[in-house]
Design a protein around this ligand. Structure first.
Ligand code: PAD
Ligand code: ZN
Length: 362
């Protein structure tokens, strides 16, 4: 039974600790992964602030990649030594969602992973964020949470595909199914939003309008394919988007922050018949208030996007190949790398808007 140093959230709104935990052996259908890198996603920060309820104490991290160290009985698709990207919606393969081709909506696999009791400290179970807990030297996850990749892609780049890249690119390609020449606005050019921007570029969208409050993020957005940027701190984004689209509004607007007021902006920024896509996770119990008449009379709609509506086993290899072909930016997403001991600094850098993505390297 290995031990692992890990970033532990004792309870919401309490400071993070770096503790040494016991990691239990993998059971039937489970995999022990030695983590190579774990990206810092705002969803982890939502757990720290309490906006996203997560059972505590909890090992943070869900944007991970690593090397298979050991496998339990019955594991067939990965072997010791394989490099894997971790999937934070492990799936059962048997429920209605899995059987209907939407395994990213499977609840059964997730609920089972959340109760897996992998980490222990002084006889107490320490939970895993989203059943992953990748901010640890080792973790144990279900086999369906491990997507094998080639050994040529560095793990600090590969981990980004485990959440931000898959969520952002998938929201464009899988959820919205943006067509070449369609117009897109992206509210929030952070680690996920920049991937909506590059997903829009891959899809051939035009224009690609990025909105943020932070000029540094708007600079990143241009690098990732934005044709126009709007600083919502100084310009009304809805009228600026209308000006860029002959008064009509965009075909799709993506909210990638998790704020009710910005969901309203995204809804108002889409054209008649357009779709606003909610990617950002609002605080638990937050309600949206929208002009109801515009649903029928302007035929606008508001849809959600979980994990980019992605089928990980299909989509991770596609994204890896796009990276290898130089058509998906991963290197440029990593502004800073931190050791686990500086996990607090990594979160602070995200909160201050200093980084596209911060990555913990092990
Ligand atoms: P981030 O902190 O890297 O980026 C958020 C960005 O929003 C920053 O650039 C901010 O400057 C910008 N911002 C904040 N307020 C405003 C505002 N009022 N107007 C314009 N811009 C603003 O976060 P992230 O990219 O890691 O995560 C973004 C959200 O996506 C967050 O809520 C996270 O929980 C969610 C998420 N959803 C899924 C999913 O499956 N739907 C997956 C992963 C993350
Ligand atoms: Zn995430």
């Amino acid at each position: 039974m290995p031990t692992a140093r890990a970033a532990v959230l004792p309870a919401a709104r309490e400071p993070l600790a770096v503790d040494t935990l016991k990691v239990r052996d993998p059971r039937d259908g489970e995999v022990l992964v030695r983590i190579g890198a774990s990206g810092v996603c705002h969803s982890d920060l939502h757990a720290i602030t309490g906006d996203l309820p997560m059972p505590t104490p909890c090992v943070l991290g869900h944007e991970g990649a690593g090397t298979v160290e050991a496998v339990g009985s019955g594991v067939r698709h990965v072997a010791v030594g394989d490099h894997v990207v971790l999937n934070w919606v492990p799936f059962c393969g048997a429920c209605w969602y899995c059987q209907s081709g939407r395994n990213y909506l499977c609840e059964t696999g997730y609920v089972k992973a959340m109760g897996a009791e992998v980490f222990h400290q002084n006889g107490t179970t320490v939970n895993q964020f989203a059943g992953v807990g990748s901010m640890a030297e080792y973790t144990v996850v279900p086999e369906s949470a491990c997507i094998p990749i080639g050994a040529d892609v560095p793990l600090d780049r590969a981990c980004l595909i485990g959440c931000g890249v898959m969520t952002g690119v998938g929201a464009v390609i899988n959820t919205a199914r943006v067509q070449p020449g369609e117009s897109v606005a992206i509210f929030g050019a952070g680690g996920v939003g920049l991937n909506v921007v590059q997903g829009a570029q891959i899809a051939g969208a035009n224009p690609i309008i990025a909105i943020d409050l932070n000029e540094r993020k708007l600079g990143f957005a241009k690098q990732f394919g934005a044709t126009h940027t709007i600083n919502a701190g100084s310009t009304d984004p809805v009228s600026a988007i209308q000006d860029l689209t002959t008064g009509r509004g965009v075909d799709y607007a993506f909210e990638v922050i998790g704020r009710a007021d910005v969901v309203m902006q995204a809804f108002m920024a889409v054209r008649r018949g357009g779709r606003a896509v909610v990617v950002g996770v609002p605080p638990a119990m937050e309600m949206f208030s929208l002009p109801g008449m515009l649903f029928p009379l302007a035929e606008k709609s508001l849809i959600g996007s979980l994990y980019g509506s992605s089928l990980l086993a299909r989509d991770v290899p596609r994204l890896i190949d796009l990276y290898r072909a130089g058509r998906l930016k991963l290197d440029e997403l990593i502004t800073r790398r931190y050791p686990l001991t500086q996990v607090g600094d990594a979160f602070a850098a995200m909160e201050k808007g200093e980084v596209a993505r911060a990555v913990l390297v092990f």
